[in-house]
Design a protein around this ligand. Structure first.
Ligand SMILES: Cc1cc2nc3c(=O)[nH]c(=O)nc-3n(C[C@H](O)[C@H](O)[C@H](O)COP(=O)(O)O)c2cc1C
Length: 342
């Protein structure tokens, strides 16, 4: 398939639709392609080999699909065919939930940004596992877990433990998402004792599951870009103390400074794409200077070019992920990023 025409033809068509309809259409097409080997081969894109070993896992290249696009693992094979070195599905919660009311997804076109307040809409962890089992993909699969909206905050650890146990045998690594701005109070799990209690419980469960399944599945925590220096330091110390296996920096931002006067600036939700690049790279840099290579970091937030990707690697990332720029630039971006990876 020739992907040079994405920006000239496919994107203008998709962008005529409202963002959620466009998203559903893309996901439907990708899931149909995923379920048919011939269609998967039609959309497949050859990318150079850039093998790397991170968290004890062998990646064919360091460019991954970020969480939130394939929340239910419906199109794993199709995304893999585009050349991603790893795929992260989810966020998935114990029970299915519809997410927030529509509209909840907005394009900030002048800045190549997206605002979303989806609110962990997903079919639940059991459906995700069913989809993972159906896929032919045998590459690196991250499964990103969260809590249901109706679960009280003081019971959130139970939701994460429940999901970890369910997905453990099917994931190459598991991401603990405590940084979505769209589940009320979720981000408070990044603080002090709440974080320590959560990470401690998950690491204990991981040790138990490693014994049960005879394999060690790394535990990765995804954090927000909206953190003070003191918060970053405290988070990193907790990660070091409990030996978290990886850090994803970062999720979307609540900050609107860089999109002042742009369309949808007043919409609630998390801002991603180019407008989050600087902030998330700064957080990456600060984590890196504290962690000092003791825990690998996955850099995500506003990567839209090989230059932006390079900045993530130079600021301490061992792997990178993309979401928003993939929507704006299409599959060719993946090839460009992999081609110019260090
Ligand atoms: C529509 C949308 C939905 C998202 N859903 C999730 C999610 O369910 N879980 C998660 O960890 N991150 C989610 N994210 C955040 C992305 O994984 C990523 O961290 C963020 O968008 C920054 O990367 P980007 O600038 O390349 O988009 C979502 C992002 C968008 C735009």
């Amino acid at each position: 398939m020739y992907y040079g025409m994405y920006e000239g033809f496919i994107r203008p068509c998709i962008f005529k639709l409202d963002p959620e309809t466009a998203h559903n259409l893309i996901m439907k097409s990708m899931s149909i392609a995923s379920n048919n080997e011939f269609l998967t081969s039609l959309i497949s894109q050859k990318v150079p080999s850039r093998p790397c070993k991170v968290m004890g896992l062998d990646f064919p290249n360091p460019v991954g699909l970020a969480a939130g696009l394939d929340k239910n693992g419906e199109a794993i094979d199709a995304f893999a065919a585009l050349g991603f070195g790893f795929i992260e599905v989810g966020t998935v919660t114990p029970k299915p939930q519809p997410g927030n009311d529509l509209p909840r997804l907005f394009r900030v076109i002048p800045a190549e940004g997206i605002i979303n307040r989806m609110g962990f809409n997903n079919y639940g962890v059991d459906k995700l596992i069913e989809n993972v089992k159906k896929s032919r993909y045998d590459g690196i699969l991250g499964i990103n877990i969260g809590k249901n909206k109706i679960t009280p905050m003081e019971k959130s650890v139970d939701d994460y433990l429940y999901c970890l146990e369910k997905v453990y045998d099917y994931a190459s690594y598991v991401t603990v998402n405590i940084s979505s701005p769209n589940t009320p109070n979720l981000r408070t799990l990044q603080r002090g004792d709440s974080l320590a209690n959560l990470v401690k419980a998950l690491k204990q469960k991981q040790a138990e599951l490693a014994k049960r399944f005879g394999k060690y599945v790394p535990l990765v925590v995804k954090i927000a870009p909206d953190l003070t220096d003191d918060e970053i330091e405290s988070i990193c110390n907790t990660f070091l103390e409990y030996e978290v296996d990886g850090i994803i920096a970062t999720n979307t931002t609540l900050d609107r400074k860089v999109i002042e006067d742009m369309p949808h600036v007043t919409e609630a939700g998390g801002l991603s794409g180019c407008p989050v690049f600087e902030k998330s790279t700064e957080v990456l840099n600060k984590i890196n200077s504290i962690i000092n290579k003791r825990i690998p970091i996955i850099g995500v937030g506003g990567i839209d070019s090989p230059l932006a990707a390079r900045a993530k690697f130079e600021n301490g990332a061992s792997l990178i992920q993309v979401y928003s720029a993939f929507i704006y630039k299409g599959p060719k971006l993946i090839k460009d990023l992999v081609t110019y990876c260090p």
